[in-house]
Ligand binder design. Structure first.
Ligand code: PEP
Ligand code: MN
Length: 298
């Protein structure tokens, strides 16, 4: 349920809405806009509570039910676009920025060369995995802590923000101490313990789409991050599993305008993990930008 306060509603009036919600065992999240405050009333039993419980309170303009299963990620809760700050680079202000780098950090030399190449090519953020969520346990699992140290050294040397994946709730603090943005990978999109831990960290995060998940499931996963008070969330389309086998995954380009319509969160497209071959990346990247993507991860 969304309680929109009147323009100029006083702090006491806002507090009264919050107190009423708490007295009914609801959670609350405030969205403080430039001209008004919106209070989201959250809980599994909002459907059984009449909207009048809040509509009668002073300073309340309107109470509406969010019919979508996701709440905090929805445009109903926050009409304006969210801006995410990744180490000083803004994501979501319609400037197209590229994040680039290798799948995995393999050595200091490799990452340094990658940093030089991506900076030369105009990318603003460096990526590279230290912890890798691999389909097979026999595939290289990443350099882990050593990989984080390499990322941090290259970040300092080249003054470029870095994004890296976290695969385990226990590692969130560690990874956040080295990286400007935490990546939650496709295979972990519905790892709710990880989502909650990243949410609690309040560290900027990019949530990749589960390759067998719907957009609605994806936005529900984003709600896990937002519910812990982490407002710095970016969504990354990276392709979904279909019957098509000429590409690694099928990039769902339509998710970009669907997300833009239904959510305030910035959208990044990763053409590389979808295509699986570098020769396909330029065309898919251009399609992503044309569809409205804010950023690219290459
Ligand atoms: C990656 O970014 O290297 C990665 C593992 O991506 P995804 O989670 O989209 O497969
Ligand atoms: Mn990869």
């Amino acid at each position: 349920m969304i309680v929109e306060m009147r323009k100029g509603a006083t702090q006491e009036e806002i507090n009264e809405v919050v107190e009423r919600a708490k007295s009914l065992n609801f959670g609350v999240q405030l969205n403080v806009g430039t001209d008004k405050v919106v209070v989201a009333i959250l809980g599994s039993h909002t459907g059984q509570t009449p909207t009048d419980v809040f509509a009668v309170l002073p300073g309340v303009e309107r109470v509406t039910r969010i019919m979508k299963p996701y709440k905090l990620a929805s445009r109903e809760f926050q009409p304006r676009d969210t801006l995410v700050n990744c180490g000083g680079v803004t994501i979501g202000d319609r400037r197209i920025v590229v994040i680039a780098g290798p799948c995995a950090v393999e050595s200091e030399k490799q990452l340094r060369q990658a940093a030089e190449a991506v900076i030369r090519a105009g990318a603003r953020i460096l990526r590279g995995g230290a912890f890798k969520p691999r389909t097979s346990p026999f595939t290289f699992q990443g350099l882990q802590k050593k990989g984080l140290e390499i990322l941090a050294a290259v970040r300092e040397e080249y003054r470029i923000p870095v994004v890296t994946e976290v695969v385990n709730p226990q590692d969130v603090k560690l990874v956040a101490s080295y990286a400007d943005m935490l990546q939650i990978g496709s295979r972990n999109m519905q790892n709710f313990a990880l989502l909650t831990a990243v949410g609690k960290s309040k560290h900027p995060a990019v949530l990749k789409r589960g390759f067998a998940c719907t957009i609605t499931e994806w936005l529900n996963a984003a709600d896990y991050l937002l519910a812990e008070g982490n407002t710095q969330v970016v969504l990354c389309e990276r392709g979904i599993r279909t019957f098509e086998d000429t590409v690694r995954f099928s990039l769902d380009i339509s998710s970009v305008p669907v997300l833009k319509r239904n959510s305030h969160l910035p959208v990044i497209v990763d053409p590389s993990h979808a295509a699986g071959h570098y020769s396909l990346v330029p065309a898919i990247a251009k399609a992503a930008i044309a569809a409205g993507s804010d950023f690219l991860i290459i």
